[in-house]
Design a binder for this molecule. Sequence first.
Ligand code: ZN
Length: 172
Amino acid sequence: MAIRPILTVPDPVLKQRSKPVEGGVTDVHRALMDDMLETMYDAPGIGLAAIQVGEPLRIIVMDLAREGEEKQPRFFVNPEILWTSDDKKPWEEGCLSVPDIYDEVERPARVRLRYMTYDGKTVEEDAEGLFAVCIQHEMDHLEGVLFIDHLSRLKRESAVRKVKKAERERAL
Ligand code: ZN
């Protein structure tokens, strides 16, 4: 396993649409998922899409365990949303690719998913609460969409400016 650099805005790679994993989940994908998980834990964060480490594949890792709880790593390959609830819920989101910026995004409160697991098994599952928020946030990444793209242009531009400024200051 290895920790990989996480791309941050305004890196154009983050705007890329990720490609489906073809031919099932292989050891190459599992090695990528292991790296992604280690990178996410190190950051630390609760979700990471492959494009955030520069791999344009439809792969997501997640762990929603609270601090002090046992780790609950989860892997989503080629996730699809089969159904979304009509009721929506606002939630304050953040993103490892937009460090230290948090803002409220409104999304469907519940979704039904289909995806392949780490072992390549296809499963369907319902998500609500933080799980629903996180999987929709991560699946946006697969389309090249960031949570700040759901905000006003003013807020989005201000977020990108703040991230760039913080990085310039770190580089000094
Ligand atoms: Zn994100």
